[in-house]
Design a protein around this ligand. Structure first.
Ligand code: AMP
Ligand code: MG
Length: 344
């Protein structure tokens, strides 16, 4: 199959893409978080193609992308007021809500669950594709399963050229990490995955929030978890990654002591001079966490090279989107963290 590369700016792109979605084809779509691998979320056969193209485990559910809050009711029931409050505060934007699913949503889409995840993305062409296709678009991150997510059309082309009908090129993603996921099906709202909307922003609207244990600790692959995606190895380049925490100076001392040829250092732009002889790669500025979230996956993809032995990574501290960057890096490192302050 020849994969069409469509510019988000071209006036005919939305209707071409919507047509392909209606025909049950796969179309990669730009969003503010990451590029999604999209298909008609109500069509079991189309959805099956997503799992096949990504090599995604069948029990890992997909997020349904909608073009406005009024569509929640078509897909969900028992919708609490908090869902409308969050949608009013953060949509269109990087927030996904988990709610009880109506029967119209195939269980293949929800990975067999009776709940469904919905989100309205902050990208005009993608919302127009959803509107024109007349269906919610199921779209997981467009990477091959387990690998770092796709934040440019070129990343998607690298992973899926010749295997999907089209890619809509909307340029690099602004946020760069996947959406925040909040489960609203229990008595208390639960954060299942940190993302572009920070926990403090959610708390300000909800007044209450439980952080799921899958956010902060490794999960056994046989465990029963609320967000099935959280238990799989994720975001990881080919070689082991170790996070080195602590002050700039202590971390540099530790890394210099342990660095061997063939290793790489993933650091903040401000730290590049410290690692001149350690093959450093910067993913953004420590002083501007939005550049770190926007640059993280492109850097992890660049480091996905079997010739590299090990990556020493520096990770931001704090809340907001830094909390999401920490979560993705920890997963990429399989929670392997060294505290440089505690080392001799
Ligand atoms: P991705 O689109 O690749 O970022 O993955 C979507 C993630 O959303 C999945 O890996 C799940 O962890 C989560 N998710 C989707 N649907 C549900 C649901 N019904 N309940 C809980 N988590 C969900
Ligand atoms: Mg993903």
């Amino acid at each position: 199959m020849k994969t069409l590369l469509l510019s988000a700016q071209a006036p005919e792109t939305a209707s071409i893409a919507a047509d392909l979605i209606q025909k049950g084809e796969l179309v990669a779509i730009p969003t503010e978080t990451v590029y999604g691998l999209g298909a008609n979320g109500l069509d079991e056969e189309a959805v099956a193609k997503i799992f096949q193209a990504k090599g995604r485990p069948q029990d890992n559910p997909l997020i349904l992308h909608i073009c406005g809050p009024e569509q929640i009711e078509l897909l969900c029931h028992h919708i609490p007021q908090s869902a409308y409050d969050l949608a009013a505060a953060f949509w269109p934007g990087p927030l996904t809500l988990v709610l009880p699913a109506r029967d119209v949503v195939p269980r293949r889409t929800t990975g067999g669950l009776d709940t469904v995840a919905v989100r309205c993305p902050d990208n005009a062409v993608t919302r127009e594709i959803i509107r024109l296709s007349g269906v919610p678009i199921a779209a997981p991150s467009a990477n091959i399963s387990g690998k770092p997510s796709t934040t440019t059309a070129q990343h998607v082309l690298h992973d899926h050229d010749g295997k999907i009908a089209a890619i809509v090129d909307g340029g690099p993603c602004r946020v760069g990490v996947e959406s925040t996921i909040v489960d609203l099906t229990e008595e208390r709202p639960r954060l299942l995955r940190p993302g572009g909307i920070g926990p403090e922003q959610l708390l300000a609207v909800l007044g209450d929030l439980v952080v799921d244990k899958a956010v902060t600790a490794p999960i056994d692959k046989d465990a029963v978890v609320k967000a099935p995606g959280m238990k799989y190895r994720h975001y990881a380049p080919a070689e082991p990654v170790v996070i080195v925490s602590g002050s700039r100076e202590k971390a540099a001392q530790y890394i210099h002591r342990h660095f061997t040829p063939g290793d790489r250092v993933l650091c903040f732009e401000e730290e590049l001079p410290l690692y001149a002889d350690c093959a450093p790669l910067s993913y953004g500025k420590e002083a501007d966490v939005n550049t770190l979230s926007a640059g993280l996956f492109a850097a992890l993809r660049e480091l996905d090279d079997p010739k590299i032995h090990q990556v020493f990574a520096r990770c931001p501290v704090g809340g907001g989107v830094a909390y999401a960057v920490q979560n993705r890096l920890r997963k990429a490192a399989a929670f392997h963290i060294v505290d440089a302050e505690a080392q001799e």
